[in-house]
Design a protein around this ligand. Sequence first.
Ligand SMILES: *Cc1c(COP(=O)(O)O)cnc(C)c1O
Length: 356
Amino acid sequence: MKKHNFYAGPSVLPEYTKQKVAEAALDFAGTGLSVMEVSHRGKEFVAVMDEAIALVKELLNVPEGYSVLFLQGGASLQFLMVPYNLMKAKAAYLNTGAWASKAMKEAQFFGEVVEVASSKDKNFNYIPKSYEVPADVDYLHITTNNTIFGTELKSDPDVPVRLVADMSSDIFSRPIDVAKYDLIYAGAQKNLGPSGATLVIVKDDVLGKTGRQIPTMLDYQIHIKNESMFNTPSTVAVFACLQTLKWLKENGGVAEMEKVNIAKADLLYGELDRNKLFVPTVPAAEDRSRMNVTFVMAPGYEALEKEFLDLATAKGMVGLKGHRSVGGFRASTYNALPLESVQALVDAMKEFEAIH
Ligand SMILES: *Cc1c(COP(=O)(O)O)cnc(C)c1O
C-alpha cells in the first residue's frame, strides 16, 4: 500500500532523492564504489560538497559575504556553537517552544540570556508579537518553525540587532531574505535529507569577535577555511541533501515550494476549521505552521482519538500521533509531502465525521 508519511523528522523525502541515493549506494559517480566507501577527499565527493553548497546559495539567494557549511551534531550542537562563536556577554532569545528553550539552556553557559518574550503561558500555541529587544545584546535568536507546537514565523523580522534563526523545520519551504540574518542553521532531517548533516549559513564578518578561545571543531571559521572538510563530513547525508537540492531546483525552487505548501496548509486547516470532530491547536491563522499541523479531537470527542488514528493507519498514514507535550495529532507536511497525502488525510477526516 502507498504510504502517506507525516513523520516530523526524519521525514518524507522526494522519490528523486531516494532513487539517486539507492543508485549511488551501489555505484557512485561511475567510480564502481558505493558512496559509502569513497574518500571525502576524492574529486567525486568534493564535487558533491561544492555543488551542494552552490545550490544552497542559488536556491536561497545567499548574498556575498556569507558562508555555507554542512556540519554534524544536528541543530542541537548549533544551540551551543552559536553562543560560543557569537556571544560576548548577552544574547536575546524568543521562547516559542521546546527547541527554543533548549537553545536558551545552552546559551547560558556563555553569558546572560534575556528571554524577550515567551508563549509558554498558552503551551506555545502562538508567536509573541510585541517585545523589546535590548540594544546591547550580541544577537536575537528565533526559531522560525516550532516543530512540536505547530507555530511558524512566516516572514523575516526586522530587528535592530544581529539575528540568528533555527530554521530546522521550515528551511527551503519559502523564499527568505538571507540578508536579514547573520546566522541560519537547520538540521537536515526535516526538509532536506536524512539526519547526520546540519546546514549553517553564516555572515563571515560576525565571526571572530568574542575574544573567546574556541575549540577547533566548534569554530565556524575553521569549518569555513576547510570548506566543511576539516574532518570527515557526513558524506552520505550530504550526498542525499544534494539530491533534494537538485529536486528543489527542478521543481521551481523555494517560490514554487511556498505555493504548494500554502495549498496543502489551506486544504488541511480548512478542513480542521470545518470538521466538527477536530480542532487545530493554534488558534491564530497567521501563526499556524505550514510544516507541522497540530490538532486534537474537539471537546466531547476526546475518546475517539485512538479510533481516528487506527482509521488513518489502515489507510497507509504514518507519523500522525502528536508529540506528547501537545497530544492529539501532528501532520508534518514538509516540501516532499505530496498534496495527495494531505487530500487523503482530509478525506479520512470527512469519512470519520460521517461515521460519528
Ligand atoms: C528537530 C529540531 C531540532 C533538533 O534537531 P537535531 O538535529 O535532532 O539536533 C532543533 N530545532 C528544531 C526547530 C527542530 O525541528
